[in-house]
Design a protein around this ligand. Sequence first.
Ligand SMILES: O=P(O)(O)O[C@@H]1[C@@H](OP(=O)(O)O)[C@H](OP(=O)(O)O)[C@H](O)[C@H](OP(=O)(O)O)[C@H]1OP(=O)(O)O
Ligand SMILES: Nc1ncnc2c1ncn2[C@@H]1O[C@H](COP(=O)(O)OP(=O)(O)OP(=O)(O)O)[C@@H](O)[C@H]1O
Length: 519
Amino acid sequence: MALDKMDENDWKYHGEGNKSLVVSHVQHSRVLRLLKYPSEDAENTQRTTEQAFQHILNIVEYNRNVMKPLLGEKYVHSGEVVKLPLDFVRQLSLKVQQERPELRCDKVMDTFSGCGLCLPNLTHLSPCHFGDHRPPLCVEIKVVTLLILICGIMLRNPRCNVLGGLTLLTPPKCGFLPFSRHVTKECKRKVCRFCMHQHFKLANGKWNRLSRYCPLDLFSGSKQRMFVAIKHLLEEPQNNLKIFKGGELIYSCKDDAKQQPDLNELVQHLWPYFHHSNGLYNGHQSSKAVFNEFIQVICGALLGSGDSSRSGEPRKVQLAESRSVCEASPLHRELLRSGNHGLPKDSVLAKILQVQMLDNLDIEGVYPLYKRVEQYLEEFPKERNRLQVDGPYDEGFLEKVKTCPSEDDGSIEYAVGKVLQYRVAMTAKDCSIMITFAPCGEDEKLQANLEIQPPKPRFTYSVSILDLDPKPYDSIPHQYKLDSKIVNYYLRSTTSAQDLPTSNHYKDRQDCTLLFHPV
Ligand SMILES: O=P(O)(O)O[C@@H]1[C@@H](OP(=O)(O)O)[C@H](OP(=O)(O)O)[C@H](O)[C@H](OP(=O)(O)O)[C@H]1OP(=O)(O)O
Ligand SMILES: Nc1ncnc2c1ncn2[C@@H]1O[C@H](COP(=O)(O)OP(=O)(O)OP(=O)(O)O)[C@@H](O)[C@H]1O
């Protein structure tokens, strides 16, 4: 890919979030991630090339020096900063504009700096994973985001020499209840932030329906709870679930959020991968069987060790029951209490949860420490760089995160350490998991059978974590206010905190007791 000969026709719109827009190359398995700015600021905040370059470099360094060591080499792709011709970026911006969802058009793509981030296209599988002709599936879950690529599906676009797949992208969101003594509202110890936030988002018109997904179910390690969590993501994906097939988005929240995405359409896409599960595809029972197996493959990838070639580390990471059960989860209380199995230590969910738990004071405990840092910096502004409150993201930053004293000794070092830990945890609470998978070919199945005793894998997969950008130091006051708004709104909107759990209990209880087969 020659950066001096960039042609916008070689790239197509792939997706976007709040901060960046992503385009994928039509031939090579690469994406470009470009920054976005609020359209009203576009004229004024035209950053200098140097600022934009530094911003992207910060993202790369934070991924490489902080998130990779914490989350694991195999899950994190730090990418590289690239300088792009301005003409190319302008043409590209015009080209992708019509594909952008309306709800994201409050921001414009950066066409001024000519800087971007080049990454592997994680909705593709490397050719060595391919066993047959079907393109890979990829699932992205926002963490909470999780991206699952089902391998074994090979996409051969006439213009394209890359392999596609099924990809699932999901952001998982925060997987535990706060345990800090600084928490002032009792409901925060019972109901998770995601579930409380749903009510606030509904009131603000961000979404039209409540999601029944609860991240604590996803992080429970119980296959039954995880199964139901993923089922709820499929029912109401919001911005938490995307599915790709051969690198193309096939399932996500509709641009018109009032419309629900079509599960029947999804099952038609999935059926070629799972049709053996119940003979011919002919209606409700078969589609249920297809979804069951699809979800089981996702659970397998989430609990595995990151790629299908190794089985998961048997040691478990387990939370106390009081931190792992959300009273607003629609699951029945008995299932919630008995379904806290812990996560295999090497699994992507365990890695993310451990980093999320660096936030052990909660925003209510961190905010006063942020103010201590602010006061100190007012007196000693030159200390900002030494304390690394907003970078540089080098080994020294990671050291400060890892070696922060456990007790408050009144020092500035303690305050900074806790603020940095909180920021790193915030990244892990807002990242996405991408799982890309494809069916194994016959040879691979045979080999797998010889090497590993049952269960024999039917899919080969790869798991990655994306959107691991540093969260700005100065967003802490915003987080503090938002937390209080979410909690106060939740308390007001539910007649009493006690009513919620019983009123929401999961109704289709038999759906939680589906049989699980090894995948
Ligand atoms: O604040 P939250 O919990 O609403 O999370 C924001 C996300 O909203 P969500 O709750 O997932 O709908 C939000 O996602 P959307 O833009 O709503 O898809 C962003 O991920 C935002 O991160 P950033 O400011 O772009 O770095 C996220 O902000 P951070 O709080 O992680 O900075
Ligand atoms: N390396 C990649 N390979 C394939 N797809 C990707 C890759 N990176 C990002 N994407 C896609 O682009 C979308 C937007 O990217 P990303 O989540 O990084 O944007 P963002 O603006 O930083 O998100 P947020 O809203 O959390 O701030 C993702 O949801 C994912 O579908």
